[in-house]
Design a protein around this ligand. Structure first.
Ligand SMILES: NC(=O)c1ccc[n+]([C@@H]2O[C@H](COP(=O)([O-])OP(=O)(O)OC[C@H]3O[C@@H](n4cnc5c(N)ncnc54)[C@H](OP(=O)(O)O)[C@@H]3O)[C@@H](O)[C@H]2O)c1
Length: 274
C-alpha cells in the first residue's frame, strides 16, 4: 500500500522501518537537510523522502502523523497538507494530544477517515512491533487501520469513537505520572524508616503495592532515576490533561493531589526539563 509518514523521529522512524519491512511503500517527510541526512543514514532510500507534508500525503491510501506536540499536529493537518490526500484515505494520528484536535481535523476534512492512535511504549517497542496503541475512530476506519497499526503494535486496543484513543492515553499518563510521584514519596518514607532505596523498590515490586512505575523505578534502582528517564512526555501530556479537565470542570481527585505535591512537581518538572 502507498503510505505517507510525517514525523519520523524517535517513535516514527522505527514505525516507518516496520511498515517498509511489511512491504508498504512509504513516502517520508524530511523537512530539512539535517533530517534528510539523518533518515538516509538510518537506511531510508533518498527517493522515498519528500520535502513537504503535502507531498507525503499526495496520492497516499493512508497518512500517519507522529510529530511531537498537539500544536505540530494542527500545523500539519490543518495547514493544507490533507487536501492532497485522495478522497476516502485514512489519517492516523499517533501524537499524544488534545482529543478535540482530531475531532476538529475530521470536521475540516469530511472526505477522509480519521483515527487517533496514541502509543504507549518507547522506540524499542516500536522497533520490535510491541507498541501498545489506544485507537479511536469509526468502526470501518479502525478496521482499515488495524493491519497497518499491527505492523508495529501489539496490542492494538480499539477503545471507542474518534478521540477515545487520546482520552484513554491522557488518563493513562495522568495515572502513570501520579503513581511515579507516589513511588517517590514511598521511597522517602522508606528512607525515614532506614531502608535502602534499591532494596525497598526491588522488594515492593513483588508486593501488592507493585505498579508499572514501581517496577520501572526498581529497574533503574531509584525513583529519581525513573523521573529523569521519562523524557519530556509526562509534563507535556499532564498539561493537556489539566487543560481538558478544566474545560469540563472535572476534578482530578487524588491524581490531581499527587501531581500537585512536591513529588509530583519534581516528576513533571524533571521530565518537562528534558
Ligand atoms: N519517545 C517516546 O519514548 C514516546 C513514548 C510514548 C509516546 N510518545 C509520543 O509520541 C509522539 C512522538 O514523539 P517522539 O519522541 O517520536 O518525537 P520526536 O522524536 O521529537 O519526533 C518528532 C518528529 O516530528 C517532526 N516534526 C516536528 N514538528 C513538525 C512539523 N511542524 N511539521 C512536520 N514535521 C514535524 C520532527 O521533524 P524534524 O526532525 O524535522 O524536527 C520529528 O521527525 C509524541 O506525541 C510523544 O508524546 C513518545
Amino acid at each position: 500500500v502507498k503510505l505517507g509518514f510525517v514525523g519520523a523521529g524517535r517513535m516514527g522512524l522505527p514505525m516507518v522501518h516496520r511498515l517498509r519491512a511489511a512491504g508498504h511503500m512509504v513516502r517520508v517527510l524530511a523537512r530539512s537537510p539535517q533530517a534528510r541526512e539523518r533518515l538516509t543514514a538510518a537506511g531510508l532510500p533518498a527517493a522515498d523522502l519528500v520535502g513537504t507534508a503535502g507531498e507525503a500525503a499526495d496520492g497516499a491510501a493512508a497518512l500517519m502523523v507522529c510529530v511531537h506536540t498537539d500544536a505540530q499536529v494542527r500545523e500539519v493537518c490543518l495547514g493544507g497538507a490533507l487536501d492532497r490526500l485522495p478522497g476516502g484515505a485514512l489519517l492516523i494520528v499517533h501524537t499524544t494530544g488534545d482529543p478535540g484536535t482530531v475531532e476538529e481535523i475530521a470536521r475540516a476534512h469530511r472526505g477522509i477517515a480519521v483515527v487517533d492512535a496514541p502509543v504507549s511504549g518507547g522506540p524499542a517497542q516500536a522497533a520490535t512491533g510491541a507498541l501498545t496503541v489506544f485507537a479511536g475512530g469509526a468502526a470501518d476506519a479502525l478496521e482499515r487501520a488495524l493491519p497497518l497499526l499491527r505492523t508495529y503494535a501489539d496490542p492494538v486496543l480499539t477503545v471507542g469513537p474518534l478521540g477515545a484513543g487520546q482520552r484513554v492515553k491522557l488518563v493513562n499518563n495522568a495515572l502513570f505520572a501520579a503513581t511515579t510521584a507516589l513511588v517517590a514519596d514511598a521511597v522517602a518514607l522508606g528512607a525515614r524508616l532506614g531502608l535502602d532505596e534499591a532494596t525497598l523498590l526491588a522488594a515492593l515490586s513483588h508486593g501488592s503495592a507493585s505498579s508499572r512505575a514501581l517496577s520501572l523505578a526498581a529497574g533503574f534502582g531509584s525513583a529519581g532515576a525513573l523521573a529523569g528517564g521519562l523524557g519530556g512526555f509526562l509534563g507535556k501530556d499532564v498539561a493537556i490533561v489539566r487543560e481538558v479537565a478544566a474545560r469540563l470542570g472535572a476534578d482530578l481527585g487524588a491524581i490531581g493531589q499527587a501531581l500537585a505535591s512536591s513529588s509530583g512537581t519534581a516528576v513533571l518538572g524533571q521530565a518537562a526539563g528534558r
